[in-house]
Design a protein around this ligand. Sequence first.
Ligand code: IYR
Length: 219
Amino acid sequence: MSTKQIELAFVRHPVEEMERRAATMLAELKMRRSVREFSAEPIPRQVLIDCIATAAQAPSGANKQPWTFVLVTDPTRKREIRQAAEKEEQAFYRGGAGERWLRDLAPLGTGWEKPFLETAPALIAVFAQTRGSEATSRHYYVQESVGIACGFLIAALHHAGLATLTHTPSPMRFLSELLGRPTHERPYLLLPVGYPAQGCQVPALARKGLDQLLVENPR
Ligand code: IYR
């Protein structure tokens, strides 16, 4: 069964305009950093909603759109999430991660304490739907699809003027229970969102240059 076809809505820009847009996007995303110190200042709900709607425009396997976004602003719920996350993170940082992983994390200056889970005015928990709501329905390329949607979400939030952290307490099963998600949905990412705290510090990390990541026309 084929779906009705419609004409593509596409905006074609002159080359100079394309170059300007690409450079602007690069400059903007170069300024995106993972933030771990948030201001408690409230953020506009409609901005969050539009950014989540932007994430939901991502391509997905067989257009199954295998994602659920749970928005949490309630202080009590945030505290519960912090407590559960810190419990897992304590085990992780006290050895669960293994020596090598902890050594690789050292430059980030992270630790088991996660005050930002309470300070940030909003948390977005992203869940990956391993199948549809009917037990026999299938989803495809779930990890890839949800990863792309999260990329859209992080870029949209940054573009709107909000800071985020791609936080992955591990394991994060506790999120399913606390947020009442069904077992066929797996917690994928926990994203604190807000303004950075006054004087927020981030590690002085560098991105790889194109010479280290771009391979053009290999022969
Ligand atoms: N989940 C832990 C550890 C952690 C792991 C990676 I990979 C990071 O890039 C950063 C942190 C935490 O959130 O602290």
